[in-house]
Design a protein around this ligand. Structure first.
Ligand code: SF4
Length: 643
């Protein structure tokens, strides 16, 4: 009998982990899934759908019935630039609104959305080297456990006492760096993905942290690990990727490498800024139009009230301000040329320390809290990595809490939060992560629960005012760092993203809108196409900043040389649409329809008072016309259901 052909590109093995029975089943991967859903995010969407289609809507994402899948894609651990991005998928905790919410017109319960998170670092590639494409994790362990994935074997082991400490009266996992170091001493050369105290305390926007500062950030993956009594996954292995045609892969790989290099060398491409400024060039572009922008005026300020503020204040938190504390590159495994991440160091003062430079979205959303202290932003970012908190949702939650606090609605919870007060924001972060007090426990929950709890302690006439402060209402993740008032296309991207309102990564329209795109149908088509394209990028294991065309030559030949799968431009694009529509269908099952998509927070209907976009606000009528065209572009019903 000839030896069966070794899988190429993919590792070809999935591990089914049942924490309740402490059993592991290793099975060959389904090659049909790999072809039709590509890998990474797409494959995981299929694995979640197989589960959800049987169990019906999952009403509580923190129940043992939630499935979380962690893994990689065919390109991961190859020499293709940025091929170090892994995937994690689950039903999210933040994007939900499960009980009646009188503040949402026509409210329907949304139980949590299918969420994909992408992370770089070393962990995804190391998991693949350790012998598995996907870990499919179900159930809840009866005591704290961790997973060891070493050289083709997967073990569930009891979490050691040394992984825990008592903080604020609770036994919680240590900070991410301490857990990573502890497990590195157990498994030499291993890479660790860990929950933080926030996830253990079921904070709805808790993340998972890999390799000290890489995160499966949005949607609540940390809370899912916490709900499963799962502390960490450590991977180690040396198995290299196998190629269908190694010579051809090398040849096409060199062509791709040249294309990516050329984009970085071209001063008219945004890729050229990344090795120096990373993502922070967007700060200047959003504030004043520098870096190939137009005129700025859309960097959110004071809980999304404005998109501009005093330029003298801005200098303290500008692109250059963060460049001044930047050090050497500190990039994901297999990154080449683009190199967006740099170490950073604050030498003196209360926030002195060493870590990595924060990302644009993080900084923007903390500027939205009127924090104009660069060193405090650096420190808060470091603390979020250590405690396992999604920096972006934290920023949105803080902006709302500051406004609620200044209006007196949080006095019964002991809040001293104020716009611009960095020290109180640092304290609030610890209070939330450690569920240390009434304020911390309140703010760690999804927003509609926060609104209900705050409203219960206020006069009934105050409800509208409370809701006004909370732009994360009705299952929002929190709007990202581009003012939602300035760009109707971006507002559509925010409103329709499969992983929840406010997400900016599934479609991105700013350059197109600054270039004049404004017709409703054109905006809708652009958003839909972006969403399908991004589903492919995530499913290929690449980074958003990869610059070669993934649906054209030489990329398609490269992929065929790796996997033996021959996509055409059309068939690969069709995979992107299939993946996105599958996620949407699961979200329909979870309660999402047009009611959710069309919700516009009252605050966003109030025009910007200053700056280049003065007078602009979300126009609900126009937005609904874009939504009509958007559903049409996808072929969904006018109520937003996949048919
Ligand atoms: S460009 Fe940045 S995020 Fe992307 S792979 Fe490289 S270091 Fe990681």
């Amino acid at each position: 009998m000839p030896e069966p052909k070794k899988p190429t590109g993919f590792r070809g093995r999935w591990a089914w982990v049942d924490l309740a029975s402490r059993t592991v089943r290793v099975e060959p991967a389904d090659p049909g899934y790999g072809r039709d859903y590509v890998g990474g995010r797409g494959l995981q969407a299929r694995l979640l759908a197989d589960h959800l289609e049987k169990t019906g809507p999952l009403e509580d994402p923190l129940s043992p019935q939630n499935r979380i899948v962690v893994g990689s894609a065919a390109l991961n651990d190859t020499a293709v630039p940025t091929a170090g991005r892994g995937s994690c998928s689950f039903v999210g905790t933040m994007a939900r609104s499960p009980v009646p919410a009188a503040w949402v017109p026509g409210h329907k319960p949304v139980y949590g959305l299918v969420t994909h998170s992408s992370s770089g670092g070393l962990f995804p590639n190391m998991l693949k080297r350790a012998g598995f494409d996907q870990l499919i994790i179900d159930g809840r362990a009866d005591r704290p456990v961790r997973l060891e994935v070493v050289d083709g074997e997967l073990r569930i082991v009891d979490a050691e006492d040394g992984l825990f400490e008592t903080a604020q009266g609770r036994r919680v996992p240590r900070k991410a760096s301490e857990i990573t170091d502890f497990l590195a001493s157990r498994i030499k050369g291993g890479s660790t993905l860990t929950v933080g105290p926030a996830g253990w305390n079921l904070v709805d926007f808790a993340c998972l942290t890999a390799d000290y500062h890489r995160n499966f950030g949005r949607g609540g993956a940390g809370a899912i690990f916490g709900s499963k009594n799962l502390v960490a996954v450590t991977a180690y292995g040396k198995d290299p990727v196998a190629y269908d045609d190694a010579e051809a892969f090398k040849r096409f790989g060199q062509e791709i490498d040249k294309l990516v290099r050329a984009s970085v060398d071209d001063p008219n491409r945004t890729a050229s800024f990344r090795p120096t400024t990373g993502t922070t060039w967007w700060l200047d572009r959003a504030f004043n139009g520098r870096y190939l922008g137009v005129k700025g005026g859309y960097l959110p300020w004071h809980n999304f009230d404005e998109g501009a503020f005093d330029p003298a204040d801005y200098d303290r938190v500008s692109t250059d301000a963060f460049l001044a504390i930047s050090g050497k590159h500190s990039v994901c495994n297999k990154c080449r040329h683009i190199f967006c991440t740099r170490s950073a160091k604050v030498e003196t003062g209360p926030y002195a320390g060493a870590g990595v430079r924060p990302e644009f979205e993080t900084i923007a959303l903390w500027i939205n809290c009127c924090i104009l202290d660069r060193d405090a932003i650096f420190h808060l970012n470091d603390l979020c990595n250590e405690l396992g908190v999604d920096t972006m949702t934290f920023g949105s939650v803080m902006a709302g809490a500051m406004e609620l606090s200044e209006k007196g609605f949080l006095s019964g919870f002991g809040s001293r939060l104020r716009f611009g007060d960095a020290a109180e924001m640092v304290q609030a972060l610890k209070d939330i992560a450690y569920a240390a007090n009434g304020l911390g426990r309140l703010l760690g929950h999804h927003s509609d629960r926060v609104i209900a709890e705050v409203a219960a302690s206020a006069p009934s006439t105050a409800l509208a005012d409370i809701v006004y402060c909370t732009t994360t209402a009705y299952g929002g993740l929190g709007y990202a760092g581009i003012s939602p008032k300035a760009f109707p296309g971006m507002f559509t991207a925010y409103g329709t993203s499969n992983r929840g309102r406010g997400d900016h990564t599934y479609a991105w329209t700013i350059q197109a809108e600054e270039g004049g795109l404004k017709d409703a149908r054109d905006l809708a088509a652009y958003v839909a196409e972006g969403q399908a394209g991004k589903a492919l990028v995530d499913s290929l294991g690449l980074c958003d900043f990869f610059t070669a065309d993934i649906t054209a030559e030489p990329f398609l030949s490269l992929y065929r040389a790796l996997t033996g799968i021959a996509y055409t431009p059309g068939s690969l694009k069709e995979c992107g649409r299939r993946i996105y529509a599958l996620e949407r269908r699961m979200n329909n099952l979870q309660g999402r329809d047009r009611t959710y998509d069309s919700f516009v927070p009252a605050k966003l209907k109030v025009p910007l008072g200053h700056g280049a976009h003065q007078g602009r606000a979300v126009d609900e009528t126009f937005y609904n016309s874009v939504l009509d065209a958007y559903y049409d572009a996808w072929g969904w019903s006018n109520t937003g259901s996949v048919v």
